[in-house]
Design a protein around this ligand. Structure first.
Ligand SMILES: [Mg+2]
Length: 420
């Protein structure tokens, strides 16, 4: 059977390591990332502190009791985003383009066709650790296997700055005794359910009656069974990590669309996909573009328009509103067979909160709407809306003609100039 060679890369206590690149005097010292207020929670801990029992998420004052000389550093999300992008660019330039970004400090590489250059996957991993350290001053741990799940589990074995290979067939022996909550994606509720049918460790899950687990957990159960039996996915999905932008497009295979409402339904779907993907990566974007392809095109086949917004946006509502505006500007009223929505100039949402206050745009998300966002992203579409939002939409519809400009969430530069 043909086996792939998959690497999982995970930066070691990333936020701390990132800070150390600009403050090398922190190297070797017990450091945590927290905003330092009395009740604050620790969001990252250096290995020096972890060894002494300072764990994430622990309140800072408790950690301070364990380690009085603990150094607290405030989060710096701009730095984390910049360094993380540099890492993925370094890997795709020097190692392989077959890269799947999993989070701000994690990715998978498919090195099946190239590891021979370094003789073995292990030597290749060593080389990756070396160049990441040399060029970015960041320590990284690497797990190697023939699929993504086992590679990711392997990374945890030897941290920091470790390399762990799990050969096909070795998973059960290596991880059998691990509690199920150490499986990526098995959170509290799933773990409790597994416990309720007597499954507490990975070996028990491997030996369990599959149908029982699937009855209990549905799709998640199916996925789990596949993963622990070493049959998890080995496909690198790089469609999700266009590092410079996030876009979704659709060619209408079934029929061309002629009505504005029909085309906007597609634009709405595409905007939602973009919003979900941005949400998954904690990104917002300040340039939006819409492209459409008409049926009777002579000359230029795709019409495209983009605009720069005065502040980054990220929610479905914001993206859809902007996309609708752009669509109306480029649409000639004729049939359309392709549409795309794309956001670029991406940045981490944690570093643009200041802009909200500068322009005093009342867009502070309420707790409820944040929860709704998360649920919608899990459900895969905009299924839920808040009552408040529903009422707003209703009112908007009634006032559409009068307030059409005021409706726009983001004012354009030209609007802003009026105030200068
Ligand atoms: Mg990490």
């Amino acid at each position: 059977m043909f086996m792939k060679v998959i690497l999982h890369l995970d930066l070691d206590s990333y936020f701390v390591s990132a800070q150390r690149t600009i403050q090398p005097e922190l190297i070797g010292k017990p450091v945590v990332i927290t905003d330092g207020l009395k009740r604050s929670i620790i969001t990252a801990s250096s290995y020096e502190a972890k060894k002494r029992g300072v764990k994430v998420p622990m309140p800072f004052y408790e950690a301070k009791k364990i380690l009085p000389n603990l150094i607290a550093i405030k989060p710096n999300f701009a730095l984390y985003t910049v360094l993380s992008t540099k890492l993925f660019e370094l890997l795709s330039n020097k190692i392989t383009q077959k890269i799947q970004v999993a989070s701000i400090d994690e990715c998978y590489l498919d090195v099946t066709d190239i590891y021979q250059k370094w003789e073995t996957p292990f030597k290749m991993a060593k080389y990756i650790q070396k160049i990441v350290m040399q060029e970015l001053k960041l320590p990284i741990s690497i797990g190697i296997s023939n699929n993504k799940f086992v590679a990711k589990m392997s990374t945890q074995i030897n941290k920091p700055f470790g390399i762990t290979i799990t050969k096909p067939g070795d998973f059960k022996e290596k991880f059998g005794k691990w509690p199920t909550n150490k499986i990526h994606g098995v959170g509290g509720p799933t773990n409790d359910k597994l416990k309720s049918i007597g499954i507490e460790n990975i070996e028990q899950l491997i030996n369990a009656d599959e149908s029982k687990v699937i009855d209990l957990l549905g799709v998640v159960g199916k996925e789990l069974i596949k993963n622990v039996n070493e049959k998890g996915s080995d496909t690198i999905d790089s469609s999700m990590n266009d590092l410079k932008g996030i876009g979704n497009s659709m060619t209408f295979m079934d029929k061309d669309r002629y009505k504005r409402k029909e085309i906007l339904e597609i634009i709405s779907h595409l905007s939602n996909m973009v919003a979900i993907r941005m949400n998954n990566r904690n990104l917002s974007g300040s340039v939006i573009s819409v492209s459409i392809k008409g049926i009777n095109n002579t000359g230029k086949s795709v019409v495209r328009k983009q605009e720069t917004l005065i502040r980054p946006i990220k929610t479905f509502d914001e993206i859809f509103k902007e996309a609708t505006y752009l669509f109306d500007e480029i649409w000639d009223g004729k049939g359309v067979k392709f549409a795309s929505v794309r956001m670029t100039k991406l940045e981490n949402i944690f570093n643009n909160s200041y802009q909200t206050s500068i322009f005093d745009i009342k867009n502070e998300k309420t707790k409820t709407s944040k929860i709704i966002d998360v649920l919608n992203s899990k459900l895969g579409e905009k299924t839920l809306i808040s009552l408040e939002e529903a009422e707003k939409t209703f009112n908007k519809k009634q006032h559409q003609s009068r307030f059409v400009e005021n409706d726009r969430i983001v004012k354009r530069y030209k609007d802003l100039k009026k105030y200068k």
